[in-house]
Design a protein around this ligand. Structure first.
Ligand code: ADP
Length: 290
């Protein structure tokens, strides 16, 4: 288990990127959700022992990862956002190189690489230069290198950036295949990335923890707080000023708004079944200023 105890991170010029974060992350898929600049990469870099917290600590199975980083590194897989590949190498060559850098050697290394190429559906292209690959294929190479040591903690920073819709779907099912006894943390600013995959959702904004909950809990928390109101197009600016709107649909009789509100926003408003997008908006509007 990864335990995060009162972690803060301040960069130069007093830029506070994380503020007093407390979390317990157990095996499962954890979606770290927040807008750009929320502190997601900072959090992941600390968890991956690349960076140090300014205050507080993180422990892995009770051991402080800043004091004894090697204990975690042995069982850590990390895919940073700006992961670079060598375009002239083939997947096979690249993974051999990555294994050597990580000090993974011995007879079994080729067997492990072949196993990963199979798992990530790269076996057919294993002898083609990586430079010719799509974003999704490159990302799978990145995940393969992160899995070389069969990690118990897998950290993936913004994995869906640059992927097309089909690759996104494939990535989500890959995450599910990889889960089990591992702690898998991945970050995103897109709610639909976590909707069908995450066991736990951790929301960050402006360096603060907004909530940690499972998807059902989040949906329950906004049960009977999502409303439908139909307005005319010209009323939209006024509606935006008045209500928290999580979606609009154009209909024949006007514009249907999805409104997130504790109270019925309008006498004609009817209730809708909540989704995670509504929950995200609700949590942000109610807790961001706190
Ligand atoms: P996210 O991954 O959610 O987009 P980051 O962790 O990258 O957020 O950034 C959080 C905040 O910290 C942002 O305001 C960003 O500008 C700032 N920041 C990140 N890295 C540095 C750095 N090396 N030096 C100074 N400020 C930084």
């Amino acid at each position: 288990m990864l335990e995060v105890n009162q972690v803060s991170k301040t960069y130069k010029k007093d830029k506070v990127a994380l503020h007093n974060i407390n979390l317990q992350l157990k095996p499962g898929i954890i979606g770290l959700l927040g807008p750009n600049g929320a502190g997601k990469s900072t959090f992941m870099r600390i968890a991956a022992t690349i960076s140090q917290p300014s205050e507080g600590n993180m422990t892995w199975d009770g051991i402080d990862i800043s004091k004894r980083p090697d204990e975690l590194r042995r069982t850590l897989g990390y895919l940073p956002q700006d992961f670079g590949v060598y375009p002239h190498l083939t997947p096979l060559e690249f993974l051999e190189y990555a294994a050597a850098l990580k000090g993974i050697g011995g007879r079994n290394v080729i067997a492990r690489i072949l196993e990963l190429l199979e798992l990530l559906n790269l076996q057919e292209v294993r002898k083609r230069p990586i430079g010719s690959f799509s974003g999704g294929m490159r990302q799978r190479i990145g995940i393969a290198q992160a899995l070389l040591n069969d990690p118990q903690l897998l950290i993936i920073d913004e994995p869906t950036v640059g992927l097309d819709p089909e690759e996104r779907v494939r990535f989500r099912s890959l995450l599910t295949d990889l889960s089990g006894e591992r702690v898998i943390i991945f970050s995103t600013h897109i709610v639909s990335d976590i909707e069908a995959t995450a066991d736990q959702i951790v929301m960050l904004s402006k360096g603060k923890l907004l909530t940690q909950a499972d998807p059902e809990q989040l949906l329950r928390s906004i049960q009977s707080k999502v409303w439908s109101v139909v307005i005319q197009e010209q009323q939209l600016p006024e509606a935006r000023a008045k209500w928290t709107i999580s979606g609009t649909i154009r209909r024949e009789d006007g514009l249907q708004l999805r409104i997130v509100s504790d109270l019925q926003p309008d006498a004609q408003a009817t209730q809708l079944a909540p989704n995670l997008e509504d929950a995200y908006l609700y949590v942000r509007t109610t807790r961001e200023g706190a």
